[in-house]
Design a protein around this ligand. Structure first.
Ligand code: GAL
Length: 686
């Protein structure tokens, strides 16, 4: 008799178990040893527990099989019983003091194919009792066995072992808890509640005037220029500038406007004063051909907050809120509409907004510009975009001319249905073509438009998107980022050294929009929630997400509803030192310089001769982490030797940590530390 039926009531279950007289081959840790059992043992199969409580990044936990009736299959071996999950995942089991041992066969499920890679952990009362090596798709199952005598709580965890993909399907095959001979209570699956405590980070702004955001901006001579100077401080702030290129002027609202008359690099000195003091900053205006996005674009997009339910009023309000919240003062300058704005073409083929949602798009764009901000729009090179709205296919030049007339400054071009128009197994040239057509078309309009490619990393866009054919300024490297740890790992920690070298001033890898704050993924077609809700990343994971994006020189495009900004989200988005790393004018994307177990250390050199270092714990429990600054030489240019003790600054706390030759710390699971190391070179001559 086995326990097949799922939702037996508790009493029935206990009776059943008492009656079970199963002899199971329960193995030892790893595939090597085997422990044979000769006596009858009472066994509770994992699949007879409430495995639907498994917390996992996406999809649903599966009982005894994979969807569409496929068996749980690891390598060539099929399992009739067990839990099918997707990394990263975690299931908590309250053992009720009743367990003797846990055993399972684990590995990636065949459904994930050969590129899957997963690692399994069993954490018992806060201690890692089993950690498998990274197991690749197609490998034979690994047998695990854990002694649970006296244990209270067990966590079954799967992560991607640093090989983050969407197909990390993972199985706990024939997983079972062997019970103590005289146990009366039964182990119980529970929803794992992650630590939701809010990490301490610096809050608010200095009352003194302070500059933020980019220190270099690009423009094409003769084309409209608009730049709201990002500055904060209490009371009225008076700005003055010297060294402005001919054609530009500073208006009363602190916005530089006009159009630069001649090409060149202009070092503009800006001074800000309020009743408490004065500060100055050097801003470099680089005027020439193809000079846009000298630092990663910063702004807001409608998609994560409103999906296809975006409308004029919401975007208008978002632009106002970007200013009112102080985020524009930190350098966030683009207000972008994603899918959902498009109506039909008129008789002349001209694209029209959906009038019910956007009665006057020109007025909206003028409003955004009046605030000193810039405006972005979205379309697809295919006949339809991903929301089923009209795409630019066959109308590319006409469309971009329309957008330029409206005043569009940023254009996201999303592959979506384009695949229908080409061969089933496209060559790289076919991936490039639609973007080359649009890239060239953008070059012909009389407006600067940042070109954002969105095709999820197909055919390695980092290798061609910034070239003279396409002239892209940023390109998505992966699928959509959603507010789950696994997704942050897939998009962020995947953005590694193989593609880091392709990022630099004017051209950036884009791991997608930020997933902090209140969002609504209902319309993303991904089967997620159904109502606006705060990011499902824990506060610690959110901090790690922003730390990593800053290190990656990623575009910082806010995805949340700005009318629902909470203080922690605002602090995360507006830490001036974290933004400064992202916006650093050297434009060098961080690389992972070291991995020890679950700890990864990422670093990037900065223009002032210092280095930004992020230390991350990707594992399921707290880990000790250690890094010596001498290890950074791997990524630093030759003239940046950080030997011996170096000034070290905690960026999130905005606090000096003194002179150190490295850091030793204990990092919580999914937590990170973000520091700046080294003595800045004097600014003169930079
Ligand atoms: C996806 C894209 C998202 C969003 C969405 C709109 O393809 O990756 O960022 O633009 O389409 O439908």
């Amino acid at each position: 008799m086995t326990l097949k039926k799922h939702m037996l009531n508790r009493r029935e279950l206990i009776q059943n178990i008492a009656a079970v007289s199963t002899v199971r081959a329960v193995g030892g840790v790893g595939a090597q040893q085997s422990r044979s059992i000769s006596v009858a043992e009472r066994v509770l199969a994992l699949s007879d527990m409430a495995i639907e409580l498994t917390r996992q990044g996406w999809s649903r936990p599966e009982r005894n099989c994979r969807s569409k009736g496929k068996s749980l299959t690891i390598g060539h071996r099929q399992f009739k019983s067990g839990l099918g999950t997707v990394a990263d995942s975690i299931l908590q089991i309250d053992l009720k003091g009743a367990a003797k041992a846990f055993s399972a066969w684990v590995g990636p499920d065949a459904v994930g194919g050969p590129s899957a890679c997963v690692r399994f952990y069993v954490v018992v009362d806060g201690r890692v009792a089993v950690r498998t090596p990274a197991i690749k798709g197609g490998s034979a199952p690994v047998q695990i066995f854990v002694n649970l005598k006296g244990a209270k709580k067990m966590l079954l965890v799967v992560d991607a072992a640093g090989h983050h993909t969407w197909n990390n399907y993972a199985d706990w095959g024939d997983a079972a808890i062997t019970l103590q001979a005289h146990a009366t209570a039964l182990p119980e699956a529970q929803r794992y509640e992650p630590d939701m405590s809010v990490p301490e980070i610096a809050h608010g702004n200095s009352e003194q005037p302070e500059f933020h955001g980019p220190q270099a901006i690009g423009t094409t001579p003769g084309k409209p220029f608009i730049f709201r100077i990002p500055v904060t401080g209490s009371g009225k702030i008076n700005l003055s500038v010297t060294g402005l290129p001919a054609g530009l002027e500073l208006n009363q609202q602190g916005v530089l406007r006009g159009s630069v008359e001649h090409g060149g690099s202009y070092k503009v000195e800006i001074v800000a004063r309020n009743h408490l003091g004065r500060t100055s900053r050097r801003l470099e205006i680089r005027a020439g051909e193809r000079m846009l996005a000298q630092t990663p674009p910063m702004g807001w997009s409608s998609w994560n907050a409103f999906g296809v339910n975006v409308d004029q009023e919401k975007v208008w309000r978002a632009a106002d809120l970007l200013v009112r919240s102080g985020l524009a003062g930190k350098g966030y300058s683009f207000v972008n509409i994603d899918a959902g704005w498009t109506g039909q073409r008129n008789s002349a083929g001209r694209i029209m907004p959906d009038k019910t949602k956007f009665p006057d798009i020109k007025a909206l764009i003028d409003h955004v510009h009046a605030l000193g901000l810039k405006f972005g729009l979205y379309a697809s090179p295919g006949p339809e975009d991903c929301g089923g709205f009209i795409g630019s296919y066959g109308h590319e030049i006409q469309d971009i001319q329309t957008y330029a007339q409206w005043g569009v400054d940023y254009f996201k071009y999303d592959w979506c249905s384009y695949g229908q128009t080409i061969t089933a197994t496209p060559k790289t040239a076919e991936y490039i073509e639609p973007y080359a057509i649009m890239g060239q078309a953008i070059g012909t309009v009389d407006r600067d438009i940042v070109f954002s490619l969105c095709q999820y990393g197909m055919a390695d866009p980092w290798k061609w998107a910034a070239g003279p054919q396409v002239r892209g300024n940023l390109w998505r490297i992966s699928d959509d980022l959603i507010d789950f740890w696994a997704s942050v790992c897939v998009n962020g920690f995947h953005c590694d050294r193989n593609i880091a070298a392709y990022a630099g001033p004017g051209h950036w890898n884009d791991p997608d929009m930020l997933v902090v704050g209140t969002m609504d993924f209902t319309n993303a077609g991904l089967g997620f929630p159904g109502k606006p809700q705060p990011s499902r990343l824990t506060p610690l994971e959110q901090q790690t997400h922003i730390t990593l994006w800053s290190l990656l020189a990623a575009p910082l495009i806010i995805g949340c509803d700005l009318s629902k900004l909470d203080p922690f989200t605002l602090d995360l988005l507006s830490n001036t030192e974290v933004i400064a790393v992202d916006q650093d004018v050297l434009g060098k994307q961080a690389q992972c310089i070291k991995q020890i177990g679950c700890i990864q250390i990422w670093a990037r050199p900065l223009a002032d001769g210092t280095a930004a270092v992020g230390i991350f714990n990707l594992g399921p429990v707290a880990e000790k982490a250690s890094v010596r600054w001498s290890e950074l030489t791997v990524i630093l240019p030759r003239d940046m030797v950080l030997s011996g003790k170096q000034p070290t600054r905690d960026l999130w706390m905005r606090r000096n940590l003194g002179h150190r030759d490295g850091l030793d710390m204990e990092l919580p699971s999914h937590g990170s530390m973000f520091v700046k190391v080294g003595r800045p070179r004097p600014a003169v001559g930079r």
